[in-house]
Design a protein around this ligand. Structure first.
Ligand SMILES: C[S@@+](CC[C@H](N)C(=O)[O-])C[C@H]1O[C@@H](n2cnc3c(N)ncnc32)[C@H](O)[C@@H]1O
Length: 299
């Protein structure tokens, strides 16, 4: 199994896992392509060349600022987002954080590329302001409407049933970005795809669990969401980068549809989760290619 060792860098313990070390990375995008990189995304992206990435999907910490434990009417505790990676000291600290990684995203994005950032009411307005201040050009905001949202248990607010995605180009002069309009229309029964998307939360078999049956990540995004984003706004062979990879949903879908990926994640515990997920996809793709060729299929 993959193990982090102190003092020996860079570590290429498995073919596609790398622990980031600024001294040893060259500034070739191929050093990063189809890799899972353990590190702080702002630092890692500093080593990626200008104008080299086709698509970025960023699902940053929400800065939820949770004050209390949330209890259901049956007294069970809601297993929400209570992770250290989501904690910031103040709005100023959070704003500085988003400004730093968004700056790098903008620099490495190609003129023909686009970026998606997803967030909730806690953070998306701050993200949007910083993006506009940096000069990103917003193309759409898309609303992911959750068909199975968590109720507002205390009955003091509306059910929070959506998240917002901002889709933008590098700047207002970037006009030739990828948008697979016809494909989207086909996928929407011949009607123009709209900006309100209905998908359920990531549940069932798709939700990655540990050996005790607990979800390994509090905010794993649904594959259908990433499928739409990647099919709509990238081409086969493109490089898709996710600075906050989590369980690696972006890399998984990118690979599934013939795109290259760069996954950056700072928490060591998620790195092997991503690796395993991508390896399972390798096996599935191998089996489906074999079955296409009518050769022996896995039993
Ligand atoms: C909202 S989650 C992303 C979930 C992911 N989209 C998925 O489908 O599983 C944010 C992730 O960013 C990681 N993270 C937070 N700060 C980071 C940083 N500075 N650099 C890299 N990763 C970071 C967290 O560990 C967490 O896994």
């Amino acid at each position: 199994m993959y193990k982090k060792k102190k003092g020996k860098k860079p570590l290429l313990m498995k073919s596609n896992i790398v622990i980031y070390d600024a001294k040893t990375f060259t500034k070739n995008v191929s050093d990063f392509t189809n890799k899972i990189i353990e590190g702080n995304c702002t630092e890692v992206m500093k080593a990626i060349p200008d104008n080299s990435i086709d698509l970025i999907f960023a699902d940053p910490p929400y800065n939820l600022q949770l004050q209390n434990i949330l209890i259901r009417p049956n007294n069970s505790i809601v297993n929400g987002v209570n992770d250290n990676w989501d904690k910031f000291g103040s709005f100023e600290e959070y704003d500085e954080f988003i400004k730093n990684w968004l700056y790098e995203c903008q620099r490495i994005l190609k003129k023909t590329g686009t970026i998606w950032v997803i967030g909730a009411y806690h953070n998306i307005f701050r993200v949007g302001k910083v993006m506009q201040d940096l000069g990103f050009w917003i193309l759409n905001d898309v609303v992911w409407i959750k068909t199975n949202p968590m109720p507002n248990f205390r009955g003091v607010r509306f059910t929070n049933a959506h998240e917002t995605l901002i889709w933008a180009t590098k700047d207002k002069y970037s006009k030739k970005y990828t948008f697979n309009y016809k494909l989207m229309k086909e996928m929407n029964n011949g009607k123009q795809m709209r900006s309100d998307w209905y998908f359920s939360l990531c549940t069932g078999d798709e939700r990655i669990k540990d050996e005790n049956g607990q979800k390994v990540h509090s905010t794993q995004k649904p594959e259908k969401l990433l499928t739409r984003i990647i099919l709509a706004t990238s081409k086969e062979g493109d490089i898709v980068l996710d600075p906050f990879a989590g369980t690696g949903t972006t890399g998984y879908i990118a690979k599934k549809f013939g795109r290259n990926y760069i996954m950056i994640e700072k928490e060591h515990k998620y790195i092997e989760v991503i690796n395993k997920r991508l390896k399972e996809l390798d096996d599935d793709l191998f089996v489906s290619r074999k079955s296409e060729n009518k050769i022996l299929v896995k039993t």
